[in-house]
Design a protein around this ligand. Structure first.
Ligand SMILES: [Zn+2]
Length: 420
């Protein structure tokens, strides 16, 4: 009898403890799309959760994300000059920019059942970074690569900011560089940053920064945050293809292309209840406050996790609501993550990609759960993150029957910059 009990216990311990290892083996190895956030990544966890716009629509726990910006002004004959008045005008422009992302209007063309969000939870921090460049012919240029090369030559640390470039008025239309990768399959357009780790920026042309420049900047930075136009005629639309997961049904309705795209542009006349011309941030109109739909806001926050623009987010954004992994998942993508990750009993999180954890965040591996770092890296988005906590200390008989949580390293997988 005693022998039978011992055997029974051994069996339970063996089956429980070994579960993590068994599930850590990828049954069907994914093809080499590691670190690939593009449409070629066919991992269902990526497609159905982490690439999905709805995953990122903010709630009351979503932290405000602060984006580091800098304003670079190239001076020359007849341009804005390096004076206290110019600095004040730039500060005012950035103040209004933040206002547009903080105090949102409701939609002039609402879609039934769509909630209005009153704050994007995105801010732009200038922190005094207004740089003047004197004595260069670039005051006449609108080439962002040329302007960027100039500022990098003076101080490469300036590329750590989302840069706004300002040159002589009337020379060129404002434009922005959207993040990489681009997702829209049809109906989109424009070009993006060259890589997930490339540079982005906004170009504007003015001789005196003013309120209209703030409106322009709010729209152009929307492009940097992965938004496209809602209006026509224009380049670079959001998609009107209802089968595309990028389709913004909370903006264009459930029956595309019935309400897609809007017709309008700067100065068009808004008729409430119609989508001919609206107050949308990407509608190109001049407004005191703009509307952002929940999916547009989700799209921006998604970009701050899986697209180039995330690199400009200041460390310190932390969501106190943990992200729970209830069933086994594979993370074969490259993501910045702003909350704790809790792997629930029985689930295995396999990391073949790269995770940048917020400095206040932890990964908690519960009883019977596994974290399998299979060639992937879990690191910090700042100096350090809080590291992995494994549950499974046996303190009573009931817990004896639970398997310990496990952290398994394979194929050179690593945890970096963890405080413990
Ligand atoms: Zn635009």
């Amino acid at each position: 009898m005693k022998l039978v009990v011992q055997f029974f216990l051994l069996f339970i311990l063996y089956s429980g403890f070994s579960q993590g290892n068994k599930d850590c083996i990828l049954e069907k190895p994914l093809k080499s799309v590691n670190l690939d956030n593009s449409n070629s990544n066919t991992n269902s966890d990526y497609i159905n959760i982490y690439k999905k716009i709805e995953t990122y629509i903010p709630d009351e726990n979503t932290p405000i994300k602060h984006i580091k910006i800098a304003v670079n002004i190239f001076t020359g004959p007849g341009t804005i000059q390096n004076t206290a008045a110019s600095v004040n005008a730039v500060n005012d422009m950035i103040y209004y920019l933040n206002d547009f992302y903080t105090k949102l209007d409701s939609a002039t063309y609402p879609i039934d059942g769509v909630e209005t969000l009153t704050d994007t939870k995105i801010r732009f921090d200038l922190d005094g970074r207004i740089f003047f460049y004197e004595g260069t012919s670039l005051y006449n240029s609108s080439s962002m690569p040329a302007l960027e090369k100039c500022i990098a030559g003076i101080d490469s640390a300036r590329l750590d900011n989302l840069n706004i470039y300002l040159t002589d008025g009337g020379k060129a239309q404002a434009y922005a560089i959207p993040p990489n990768p681009g997702f829209i399959l049809k109906g989109g357009g424009g070009y993006t940053a060259s890589s997930l780790y490339g540079s982005q920026g906004v170009y504007i042309s003015t001789i005196k920064p003013n309120y209209v420049n703030s409106q322009t900047l709010a729209h152009e930075i929307g492009h940097c945050l992965d938004l496209f136009h809602t209006y026509e005629p224009s380049c670079c639309h959001e998609t009107c293809d209802g089968s595309d997961p990028e389709y913004l049904y909370d903006l264009f309705g459930k029956n595309p292309p019935e309400k897609c795209w809007e017709i309008g542009g700067f100065g068009c006349e808004i008729t409430p209840g119609q989508n001919i011309c609206t107050n949308n941030i990407m509608g190109g109109n001049n407004m005191l406050n703009y509307y952002f739909s929940p999916m547009q806001i989700g799209k921006m926050h998604r970009a701050l996790s899986i697209k180039t623009v995330r690199k400009y987010v200041k460390d310190g954004a932390y969501n106190p609501a943990p992200h729970k992994i209830n069933k086994s998942e594979i993370w074969n993508f490259d993501i910045r993550w702003y909350s704790d990750i809790v792997i629930e009993p029985g689930a295995v999180l396999t990391v073949t990609g790269k995770i940048y954890m917020a400095e206040q965040a932890r990964i908690i591996v519960k009883h019977g759960a596994s974290l399998c770092i299979d060639g992937g890296i879990v690191t910090s988005s700042g100096k350090e993150w809080l590291g992995v906590i494994v549950k499974g200390k046996i303190i009573n008989v009931k817990q004896l029957l639970r398997a310990e949580g496990k952290v398994i390293y394979k194929n050179g997988g690593e945890i970096e910059n963890a405080a413990k």
